[in-house]
Write a protein that binds this ligand. Structure first.
Ligand SMILES: NC(=O)c1ccc[n+]([C@@H]2O[C@H](COP(=O)([O-])OP(=O)(O)OC[C@H]3O[C@@H](n4cnc5c(N)ncnc54)[C@H](OP(=O)(O)O)[C@@H]3O)[C@@H](O)[C@H]2O)c1
Length: 254
């Protein structure tokens, strides 16, 4: 009886720790897409790489005796949540998604919300600006269409040749980031505009706090659609859900 956790997020890391602490008797596996060369260490066993579409995931569920799937993928993972829904429905495996709340603009924020990365590029405008790009390295090629700007790019992995422009500064760093450090960085780099995905969560919200303090506009890329599946907002709600499925009685009886 295996629980499959679709990971690649802080929630998956937190769930890994939560299950290790609260229910070590539950057998679970964390699945990563394999995009990060040095993922954070986990307690649970890890499998890496795509399943091979819906058919591949269905096969995996059957072969590995998966009794429940937790979709802890990133808010911007646009495909995997749909594959999980289709495969779990077909194999009659219960599925729960952990859905992080999006960030919301508050007083003092100057957000321009756009639907996708091409719209974000268009929203940069025609005047050369100093742009702080925190959209992930895979999204960078879209910005090659706007070479007049200076880009400060923050990524976890090297960007390779994804943004082949001369005026690019790359910072390779993994969050969390404190608002004071974000403000200092934006001042030092004379950032005029921040571009981010609406990922939500605490780890990377500091840049939005800093932008507010500095009165900087933010181009906010909205989330892709997600399938309509049962979901919770916090990792702590997963274990009660697993128990409620009748799949496990933990040592603590919860
Ligand atoms: N997109 C982002 O901004 C972002 C940010 C931070 C972390 N991540 C994490 O990075 C991973 C890939 O993101 P993405 O945007 O490329 O996702 P995606 O568009 O939803 O998925 C693309 C393909 O990658 C494979 N895949 C995705 N998540 C997987 C997982 N947890 N385990 C095994 N295979 C997985 C699947 O391949 P098959 O069809 O072959 O199964 C899927 O069809 C996700 O796990 C996500 O949680 C994404």
């Amino acid at each position: 009886m295996t629980v499959l956790i679709l990971g690649g997020t802080g929630e998956a890391v937190a769930l890994d720790q939560h299950l290790a602490d609260q229910a070590p008797e539950i057998r679970a596996v964390v699945s990563l897409a394999g995009h990060t060369s040095d993922p954070r260490p986990l307690n649970l066993p890890v499998r890496v790489g795509g399943f091979g579409g819906i058919a591949g995931l269905r096969r995996y569920l059957v072969e590995e005796g998966v009794v429940a799937v937790i979709d802890a993928t990133h808010p911007f993972a646009a495909i995997m949540p749909f594959h999980a829904q289709a495969a779990c429905t077909a194999e009659n495996v219960p599925l729960l998604a952990i859905r992080r709340q999006p960030w919301r603009a508050g007083a003092g924020d100057d957000w321009r919300c756009v639907a996708d990365m091409d719209a974000a590029v268009a929203a940069l405008g025609s005047e050369p600006r100093r742009v702080f790009l925190t959209v992930g390295r895979l999204e960078l090629p879209a910005f090659a269409d706007a070479p007049r700007h200076h880009y400060l790019v923050r990524v976890i992995e090297p960007i390779g040749d994804r943004l082949p422009l001369h005026d690019v500064t790359v910072i390779q760093q993994r969050g969390p980031f404190h608002p004071d450090d974000e403000e200092a960085l934006m001042r030092r780099e004379r950032v005029e505009l921040l571009v981010t995905k609406n990922s939500g969560g605490d780890a990377t919200v500091g840049k939005l706090v800093a932008a507010r303090r500095l009165g900087l506009p933010v181009i906010m890329v909205e989330r892709p659609a997600k399938p309509d599946v049962e979901s919770v907002g916090h990792v702590d709600q997963v274990l009660p859900w697993l128990v409620a499925q009748g799949l496990f009685v933990t040592e603590r009886g919860v």
